[in-house]
Design a protein around this ligand. Structure first.
Ligand SMILES: [Fe+2]
Ligand SMILES: [Fe+2]
Length: 180
């Protein structure tokens, strides 16, 4: 079943989100930030949770579901899930911006980082629960066995390309920003 890998990915996202939640009281207590951890958490959310995980949901599963005659309820939940991915991306961008400001000034952006982290640790468990409990299993019924097998193959191909895409983008980004 193609939802197998998606659910396994949910478990790792939950573990990372738990670590982020544990970081919050420490930040408030010290009035400071572990920039190294925060940078890696942002990379995890962007690369793993968003590009790798939401990427497979949106570019493959939701794309194939959109070609099916969905019930009103499933259509509604799918639209909500897409909207939620968009709002999560915005929170992570705000968090990354706040982290940059904080790294530069050692004070600006602190409260914004707390706000964004709080929003993310609330967002992910609710979003994941909605998919795990109300969406993934029932929507598998729209697909034949062969369609599910093909979807799983496409998931593997998608994942295989990611590490190449990530580092190609990194090199290209530095090349573009190089001063002449
Ligand atoms: Fe999702
Ligand atoms: Fe998900």
């Amino acid at each position: 079943m193609p939802i197998g890998p998606l659910m396994i990915e949910h478990r790792l996202i939950e573990r990372m989100v738990k670590l982020m939640a544990e970081e919050l009281p420490k930040m408030e207590e010290k009035r400071g930030v572990n920039i190294g951890f925060l940078s890696e958490a942002i990379d995890f959310i962007r690369t793993y949770a968003d590009r790798c995980h939401h990427g497979k949901e949106e570019d493959i599963l939701f794309r194939d579901l959109a070609a099916k005659l969905l019930s009103a309820e499933h259509k509604k939940v799918m639209n909500e899930l897409v909207e939620e991915h968009i709002s999560a991306r915005k929170i992570v961008s705000r968090l990354a911006g706040a982290k940059e400001r904080y790294a530069r000034t050692q004070k600006d952006g602190f409260q914004e980082m707390i706000t964004c982290l709080t929003e993310l640790v609330e967002f992910y468990p609710a979003h994941i629960e909605k998919e795990d409990k109300r969406f993934f299993l029932p929507v598998m019924n729209y697909f034949t066995r062969q369609e599910k097998d093909e979807m799983l193959q496409e998931f593997w191909a998608f994942d295989k390309n990611l590490v190449h895409e990530k580092y190609r983008n990194m090199v290209e980004g530095y090349e573009k920003n190089k001063k002449p």
